[in-house]
Design a protein around this ligand. Structure first.
Ligand code: ZN
Ligand code: ZN
Length: 646
C-alpha cells in the first residue's frame, strides 16, 4: 500500500500502482470527470501514471493554470498530427503550452502556411480530437529514439535526443501519432472540443538566429465551444486596444527604421504625457524622501565588470564603444544601479544619514533580437523610473513598507484596481546559491512578508524564485481585459553593496554594509504607457490625458468667442484645443470622439450671448450649457476623485 497526501493535508491509502485518476475517483466521480492533470511530489504526471510510493498529490481541472497547460500542450500534439497528415514530410520540433494556448515549431518541406490554411488544419485537428484517443506515455531507449527520428530524417528531434540521458527518454502516443515528450497530458483527445489556430510566425530553431528558420504555429483550444467564442471576442477587443495602433492614432510615439528598431521616438503629445507621469511620481517621491540624481547614458566597461553585469550580459548585448584611445571602452548603460552605487560612494555616510534614496528617470539600453521586439513593451532603449535605497539592515522593514505604499499610490491613481503581489524567497534546500548572511536573508524575507501582510496585499509566495542576491516582491496587474502584466519590482540586494564596497559608519564607530533596495513602480515608462493604453483603450485618466477639452465653434462667426474660452481655460490650467477648421459641427464632433478628448465644448450663438459653453462628454453624454467657472470646477472635481495627494 502507498499513502497519498492531498492538498488539504489529509492522507489516504491506495494499492501500489494506483493512478491520480483512481485517487480522484475515490474522492468523487464528479471530480474524476473534471480531472485533466496532476502533480506528484512537485512533478507533473499523467492522470494515468501509476504511483508507486508515498507522496503528495495535487489534482488539476481546467480551472487551474496547470490544467490549462496540460490541455494546451496536449492539443499541440493533435495539431502536430494534423500537420503530418496535411503536409507530408513536415519535420516536428517542439510544441509547448504558453500562457494562452500553445505553439508548435515545424520545418515545412516546401511552401508555407498562411491564414487561408488555418481552417483546414483546425478541421483536421478537431476530427482527430473527436476520436477520443488516449495519451499514452512509454519509455524508449536512446538508440531506439534516435533511430525513430533518423529514419524520418528529422535532425531537430535527433539533436534534442542527443542531449538527453538514456533512461530518461519518453515518447507519447495517441491514435497513430508519436512524439518525443516528457509528459504532462490530459487523459484523452476527446476533451478538446474547440481548436483555433491564431497566428503563424517565423522562429529560429532554439531561438538562435544562426539556426534555420522554422514555422511557428500558434493556437488555442477549449473544452467548450462557447469558451472559444468568448476568447475570440476578447482578442478582437484587445486588437482595438493594441497600444501600437492607439499610439499611432493618438500621435503619442513612432518608430523609424533609420533611427533603429526598438528605439521609440516620442511625439509631442506622448512626450507631454510621459512628462506628466514623471512629474506625478517625482512629486510623490519628494514627499517620500527621495533625492533626484542624474547619470550618463554610458559607463566604463570596468564599472559593469565590477557590478557583474558584464559577465552576465556582456556577450549577448550591445558591444563596447571604443574611443581613439587604446583599451578605452564604454558600454551603453544596461542598468542604473552601478552608477547610483558610485554616487553613494562619493562621500562617507554615518548611520545618522541613512536611508539615502536616489531616484532617476534613467534610460537604459539592452539588446533584444529583432524578432522579440514589440511596440513599447519590448524595446532596445527604455527609461526606468528607477530608485535605489541604501539603508541599514534594521531599516529594511520600514523602507519596504514605504515602497509598497508608493507603489499602491501609483496603481490607484492610474485606475488599476486589480493587482496581486508575488513574493520570491530563497530555496532553503540550496543555501550555497545565495550571497549574504543567513541572518540577513531571514531578516529581509521577514521584512517583505510583514510588509505584504501589514499592507493587506493579496500575495503568493514563490519559494526558490529569489535572485541569488536577495528576495523581492513583484506587482502583477490585471488589465481591463483580464490580462496579467508584471509591473514594478521591489528587490532587496546584498550583492552590489559588497561589490562596490559600500559602507556607513555605525553608532559603534565601525564600518558596516548598507542594504540596497531597487524599485521602480512603473517598471519602465515605455511599458507602463503601453499597459495604460491597452487598459484604458486610450481613454486616459483626466489628469493625465493629452487634451482635457476641445472647443468646437459652431461656425466661423463664433471663433472670436471660442478663442476667449480657450484663454480662460488656459488660465485655469485646463489643457484645451480649439478646432477652428471650417468643417461642419457634426464632423468636428465625430473626429473629436475619435481622438478620445474627454470633453467637447461646443460654442454657438446662445453660448456667446450667455457667456457659457455647451459641454458634451466623450461617449455622447450631454451636460448642457454651463459657465467656464462651473466647467473648471467639474474638471477639478473629477481629477481630485482619482488623483489623491500622496
Ligand atoms: Zn506531450
Ligand atoms: Zn537597480
Amino acid at each position: 500500500m502507498i499513502e497519498i497526501t492531498l492538498p488539504d493535508g489529509s492522507t489516504k491509502e491506495f494499492e501500489k500502482g494506483a493512478t491520480p485518476m483512481d485517487v480522484a475517483n475515490s474522492i468523487s466521480q464528479g471530480l474524476a470527470r473534471n480531472i485533466i492533470s496532476a502533480k506528484f511530489e512537485d512533478t507533473i504526471v499523467e492522470t494515468t501514471t501509476p504511483l508507486t510510493e508515498n507522496g503528495a498529490l495535487v489534482l488539476f481541472t481546467w480551472n487551474d493554470q496547470e490544467g490549462k497547460t496540460a490541455f494546451w500542450h496536449s492539443t499541440s500534439h493533435i495539431i502536430a498530427q494534423a500537420l503530418e497528415e496535411l503536409y507530408p514530410g513536415v519535420k516536428l520540433t517542439i510544441g509547448p503550452a504558453i500562457e494562452n494556448g500553445f505553439y508548435y515549431d515545424v520545418d515545412l518541406p516546401e511552401g508555407s502556411i498562411s491564414e487561408k490554411d488555418f481552417q483546414k488544419i483546425e478541421q483536421k485537428a478537431i476530427e482527430i480530437a473527436r476520436g477520443k484517443h488516449d495519451y499514452k506515455m512509454r519509455s524508449v531507449s536512446k538508440s531506439d529514439a534516435l533511430k525513430f527520428y533518423k529514419d524520418q530524417g528529422n535532425e531537430y528531434k535527433v539533436e534534442l535526443i542527443e542531449n538527453l540521458d538514456d533512461g530518461t527518454i519518453t515518447f507519447c502516443d495517441h491514435d497513430s501519432f508519436t512524439d518525443l515528450c516528457r509528459g504532462g497530458h490530459i487523459p484523452n483527445t476527446g476533451i478538446v472540443k474547440a481548436i483555433k489556430i491564431l497566428n503563424v510566425a517565423g522562429a529560429y530553431w532554439r531561438g538562435n538566429e544562426k539556426n534555420p528558420q522554422l514555422t511557428r504555429i500558434y493556437g488555442i483550444s477549449f473544452p467548450k465551444q462557447k469558451e472559444l467564442t468568448a476568447y475570440l471576442e476578447l482578442l478582437e477587443e484587445a486588437k482595438k486596444r493594441d497600444h501600437r495602433k492607439l499610439g499611432k492614432e493618438l500621435e503619442l510615439f513612432t518608430f523609424s527604421q533609420k533611427v533603429g528598431q526598438g528605439l521609440p521616438l516620442w511625439l509631442p503629445k506622448g512626450a507631454a504625457l510621459r512628462e506628466r507621469l514623471e512629474q506625478f511620481l517625482k512629486k510623490a517621491q519628494k514627499k517620500a524622501g527621495y533625492e533626484m540624481v542624474i547619470t550618463p547614458h554610458i559607463g566604463q566597461k570596468e564599472l559593469y565588470v565590477t557590478s557583474g553585469h558584464y559577465a552576465k550580459y556582456g556577450e549577448d548585448s550591445f558591444q563596447p564603444i571604443k574611443t581613439p584611445k587604446e583599451d578605452e571602452e564604454f558600454l551603453l548603460k544596461p542598468m542604473n544601479c552601478p552608477h547610483h552605487c558610485e554616487i553613494y560612494n562619493a562621500k562617507p555616510f554615518s548611520y545618522k544619514d541613512l536611508p539615502k534614496r536616489y531616484a532617476e528617470f534613467g534610460t537604459v539600453y539592452r539588446y533584444e533580437q529583432s524578432g522579440e521586439l514589440h511596440g513599447l513593451t519590448r524595446v532596445r532603449g527604455f527609461t526606468q523610473d528607477d530608485a535605489h535605497i541604501f539603508c541599514m539592515p534594521e531599516q529594511l522593514d520600514q523602507e519596504f513598507k514605504d515602497v509598497i505604499d508608493l507603489s499602491l499610490y501609483v496603481l490607484e491613481s492610474l485606475g488599476f484596481e486589480n493587482y496581486t503581489a508575488q513574493v520570491s524567497l530563497r530555496d532553503l534546500d540550496d543555501p550555497d546559491k545565495y550571497i549574504g548572511s543567513v541572518e540577513n536573508w531571514e531578516k529581509a524575507e521577514q521584512a517583505i512578508l510583514n510588509a505584504a501582510e501589514e499592507k493587506g496585499l493579496n500575495y503568493v509566495i514563490e519559494k526558490g524564485e529569489a535572485a541569488f542576491y536577495g528576495p523581492k516582491l513583484d506587482f502583477m496587474v490585471k488589465d481591463a481585459l483580464g490580462r496579467k502584466w508584471q509591473l514594478g519590482t521591489i528587490q532587496v540586494d546584498y550583492n552590489l553593496p559588497e561589490r562596490f564596497d559600500l559602507t556607513y559608519k555605525g553608532s559603534d564607530n565601525e564600518l558596516h554594509r548598507p542594504v540596497m533596495i531597487h524599485r521602480a513602480p512603473f517598471g519602465s515608462m515605455e511599458r507602463f504607457i503601453a499597459l495604460l493604453l491597452e487598459h484604458t483603450g486610450g481613454n486616459f485618466p483626466l489628469w493625465l490625458t493629452p487634451e482635457q477639452a476641445i472647443i468646437l465653434p459652431v461656425s466661423e462667426k463664433h471663433e472670436k468667442y471660442a478663442e476667449k474660452v480657450l484663454k480662460s481655460l488656459e488660465n485655469n490650467e485646463i489643457r484645451a484645443l480649439l478646432d477652428s477648421r471650417s468643417e461642419t459641427i457634426g464632423k468636428k464632433i465625430r473626429e473629436a470622439e475619435m481622438s478620445k478628448v474627454p470633453f467637447m465644448l461646443i460654442v454657438g450663438d446662445t453660448d456667446e450671448k450667455e457667456n457659457t459653453i455647451s459641454v458634451r462628454k466623450h461617449g455622447g453624454k450631454d451636460l448642457g450649457a454651463i459657465t467656464i467657472t462651473a466647467f473648471t470646477d467639474l474638471v477639478n472635481t473629477e481629477i481630485n476623485s482619482t488623483l489623491k495627494s500622496f
